[in-house]
Design a protein around this ligand. Structure first.
Ligand code: PLZ
Length: 451
């Protein structure tokens, strides 16, 4: 197995030739301020001109190490050869016809790959897909499909959930700021129940207990007779990379199956090799009725999907699902290239190797810095939660200080979590071991410098 997916002409090192942001990025930021709406924020103050397997080159010639993958998107790298060549070929052949008007192979090829790769043995479970442009759109459509297939309205979601920024998905998302504040009224018939959050759980609460707690609330507040689907991120994304206790997801899925409720896994952030399996559900052998995917699926081009049991997917009347750009041929070509790269470089295995490195580095840092209350995650989806030492009180200020140090020193890190006190590490799987180690040298320095 090769450890490097995309050989790029970029220096495979961090190299800062100016302060961050440099003068050219500063000029571009002023221009952004003039023309781009203030509501569209940016995490780092640098403009990027080229990017490869774990390195971002900014307008001033600085190279930064990427531990964010554009929020879990560039799993195969920012310019994987398999993606680039297929996209170039497709863009020269045709950019668009609209699949709903005149279809083409790429769309069907992606749907066939999804049937093969998503949880559920394709030889015993026929699966079908519909393609969209963004994660939020996929979640919206999963709910539409679940409602038609069950003839019921209610949707259950979880504490700390993130499902998107459209009206329905804002209602499904837990956190007010910045996602929901002032944007209501929100869609009806969404009910929120407690998640399994081992770090913040009373000791001894097992996955099955946490599931029973959620199910009790579902039964008391909603009732299976009214419930179309339970939608859950098998590992929370924006909500803090919380890995539910073992047994939580299987117990919920079993309750859904026994009660005529569809189990929908939102694997938009956790899917496509990120967690060391093809999908996070695979870890406990959970087979959702519907699964939403986006982000890593297409190596940076906008593509999303709902995949599920054929009989559930086919419940919707002809013409009921679609959109002008859904399954755009260029995005489908990118997805086929990304999937080829994931298969040929065995990226689930690479994610597990990345986990071993990140865990070793984080455990060493945590030994010196008791603000790190929890190290969690799976594969190349790892996180640390910062608290006031010895308590569960979130320390968002320390997280902000550590993040600022990393950004100034050329490492792209992202925070998340309901209290903004979680660091998530999402390197592209094309990153080399040396680059990863170098990035964590900076993270270690950041904790020392802010102690
Ligand atoms: N479901 C699990 O992680 C997107 C959001 C970034 P879209 N997460 C990144 C931001 O601040 O907007 C996400 C996700 C899960 C759904 C979505 C939504 O996917 O492609 O951003 O619509």
């Amino acid at each position: 197995m090769s450890t490097t997916v995309a050989a790029t002409p970029l220096t495979q090192h961090r190299n800062l030739v100016t302060e961050i942001p440099g003068p050219r990025s500063q000029e571009k930021l002023a221009r952004k301020k003039q023309y781009v709406a203030d509501g569209v924020g940016t995490t780092l103050p640098v403009f990027i001109e080229a990017a490869g397997g774990g390195v971002l080159l900014d307008a001033d010639g600085n190279t930064l190490i990427d531990l964010g993958s554009g929020i879990a998107v560039t799993t195969v790298g920012n310019a994987a050869p398999e993606v680039v060549s297929r996209v170039q070929e497709q863009v020269a052949a045709f950019t668009h016809t609209c699949f709903m008007v005149t279809p083409y192979d790429g769309y069907v090829d992606v749907a066939a790959a999804l049937a093969e790769l998503t949880p559920g043995d394709p030889s015993v479970m026929a699966k079908k897909s519909a393609l969209f442009n963004s994660g939020a759109e996929a979640v919206e459509n999963a709910v539409k499909i679940a409602r038609v297939a069950t003839g019921k309205d209610a949707v259950v979601v979880f504490d700390h959930a993130y499902h998107g920024r459209t009206n329905l998905t804002m209602a499904m998302t837990a956190k007010n700021m910045p996602y929901k504040n002032g944007f209501g009224p929100f869609a009806a018939e969404i009910y929120r129940v407690p998640m399994s959050y081992p770090f913040r759980e009373t000791e001894g609460v097992k996955g099955a207990d946490a599931a029973a707690r959620a199910i009790d609330q579902i039964e008391k507040q909603v009732g299976a007779a009214n419930l179309a689907c339970v939608v859950i991120e098998p590992i929370l994304g924006e909500g803090g990379f919380v890995v539910p206790a073992d047994g939580f997801l299987p117990a919920l899925a079993a309750w859904c199956r026994d009660n005529g409720v569809l189990f929908v896994a939102d694997e938009i952030q956790s899917g496509f090799c990120r967690t060391g399996d093809w999908f996070a559900c695979d870890h406990e052998g959970v087979v959702p009725d519907l699964i939403t995917t986006a982000k890593g699926i297409a190596g940076g081009l906008p593509l999303a999907a709902v995949t599920g049991r054929a009989e559930v997917m086919d419940a919707v009347h002809a013409g009921g699902l679609g959109g002008t750009y859904g399954g755009n041929p260029v995005a489908c070509a990118a997805a086929l290239g990304a999937i080829e790269a994931m298969r040929s470089h065995d990226l689930p295995a690479r994610a597990r190797a990345v986990e071993a490195i990140i865990r070793r580095r984080l455990e060493a840092i945590a030994a010196d810095h008791p603000t790190i209350g929890d190290i969690r995650g799976r594969g190349a989806m790892m996180a640390i939660e910062l608290v006031k030492p010895g308590t569960l009180d979130p320390d968002a200020a320390r997280a902000a200080a550590v993040a600022a140090y990393c950004h100034t020193n050329g490492v792209v890190v992202l925070t998340c979590g309901t209290w903004g006190n979680v660091f998530r590490f999402l390197p592209p799987l094309s990153i080399g071991d040396d680059l990863l180690e170098e990035a964590f040298d900076v993270v270690a320095e950041a904790f020392a410098a802010t102690a």
